[in-house]
Design a protein around this ligand. Structure first.
Ligand SMILES: NC(=O)c1ccc[n+]([C@@H]2O[C@H](COP(=O)([O-])OP(=O)(O)OC[C@H]3O[C@@H](n4cnc5c(N)ncnc54)[C@H](O)[C@@H]3O)[C@@H](O)[C@H]2O)c1
Length: 348
């Protein structure tokens, strides 16, 4: 494209703020447009930015702007796919928050449109791009773990149902699409993206519809919990090719301690993510080493932004294309479906 920097429009002023700040702080990134249906949220975010931006309340208008090369989509789950499809049609590179969406047919359509457009298309994945994940991934690629054959991934909150955005608790949202997606995606990446064969799971809502388990034990009005149509827990097992397995679980609320954890099992070594620990056997003895990574608190967002910009300006191969979001979505939807039917779901 001949440019020395990428001009980005941010759609959605929630998680768009973290992504936007990281893009703006990259020497080759510029945030030039903001979009939200709530104007104050744009003006509030503007205070964090050094450069002025144009503000839009209709994302279609932002997509028409010639001075915008790329967009970040950070609206409620149900809007990701239609907005990303429109962005591709408008010729903009797309960075999309997780999950890719909630409708597999539409997600496939988006991936196909994005891939045939030749534009950069990428998932913004704060866990996969965290310093811990990156460290484990580099060891896995150097075969420090030998053959990785099993993973345990979990994301557990005590009382963390997000009620501020109704999209989270209505059909299309849910604990698994909100949080399970992160640990599932990062564990799948560490395993080397094996092909999923089948999924068996349970899912349901034990807290939300009773007005319990909301963010920091603060129950919203009854009309909010009446709209609860999502899972507040889901867990199950994914079987991959080559006899590889993953146990994955996600709880928005539970009577258990808060935890986000990924554990991987390899033929030569294993690891867990928090605290980052490597388990090996040396001369017949167990050797456990913890790794302390020096990092800025927001380094995952910087890594996401940096990679997106490198893909656009340098033609770097994207490590987290929308196709990965689609694959993860397939596994998630299969788990949720298995929870409904009580049957194992086979994936082609
Ligand atoms: N770590 C992560 O990667 C991470 C963390 C949090 C949220 N998310 C994802 O981000 C998405 C949004 O979650 P959030 O926590 O930021 O929610 P949020 O409610 O804080 O922010 C969403 C914003 O989108 C705006 N919006 C809604 N409809 C819009 C429209 N038609 N056009 C423009 N703006 C619109 C809302 O006004 C709001 O400001 C979800 O899909 C969630 O899964 C990702």
């Amino acid at each position: 494209m001949g440019n020395t920097f990428v001009r980005v429009g941010i759609i959605g002023m929630g998680i768009g703020r973290q992504n936007g700040k990281a893009i703006a702080s990259n020497p080759r990134g510029r945030v030039v447009g903001l979009c939200d249906i709530v104007e104050e949220r744009m003006h509030d975010f503007q205070k964090d930015l050094l450069e002025p931006t144009r503000k839009y309340t209709d994302y279609r208008e932002l997509l028409r702007a010639k001075e915008i090369d790329a967009v970040f989509v950070g609206t409620p789950n149900q809007l990701h796919i239609p907005m990303a499809i429109d962005a591709i049609k408008a010729g903009k590179h797309v960075l999309c928050t997780k999950p890719l969406g909630h409708d597999l047919k539409l997600a496939k359509k988006l991936v196909e449109a994005a891939e045939s457009s030749g534009l950069v298309n990428m998932m913004s994945l704060s866990c996969r791009f965290s310093a811990e994940s990156k460290h484990l991934e580099s060891l896995a690629r150097k075969r420090v773990f030998g053959d990785l054959y099993y993973a345990k991934a979990r994301s557990i909150r005590r009382s963390g149902i997000p009620a501020w955005n109704l999209g989270f608790i209505q059909k299309g949202g849910g604990a698994f699409r909100d949080m399970g997606v992160h640990c599932l995606d990062a564990a799948w990446a560490l395993l080397g993206f094996p092909k999923p064969l089948s999924v068996l799971g349970v899912a349901g809502a034990r807290f939300g519809p009773r007005g319990q388990g909301y963010w920091e034990f603060k129950a919203p009005p009854r009309r909010t919990w009446k709209q609860f149509a999502a899972d507040d827990y889901a867990g199950g097992f994914i079987r991959f090719e080559n006899n590889i397995g993953m146990q994955v679980e996600s709880f928005w609320a539970s009577h258990q301690p808060e935890e986000f954890q990924i554990e991987i099992f390899g033929s030569e070594a294993g690891a867990k993510m928090y605290p980052l620990t490597i388990y090996r056997t040396e001369n017949g003895s167990a050797v456990d080493s913890t790794v302390k990574i020096q990092q800025k608190p927001d380094s995952a967002w910087d890594n996401v932004a940096g990679h997106f910009i490198d893909c656009i300006l340098d033609g770097t191969k994207c490590q987290a294309p929308l196709r990965h979001g689609y694959r993860v979505q397939q596994m998630m939807e299969a788990l949720l479906e298995s929870g409904k039917t009580g049957k194992e779901v086979r994936l082609g």
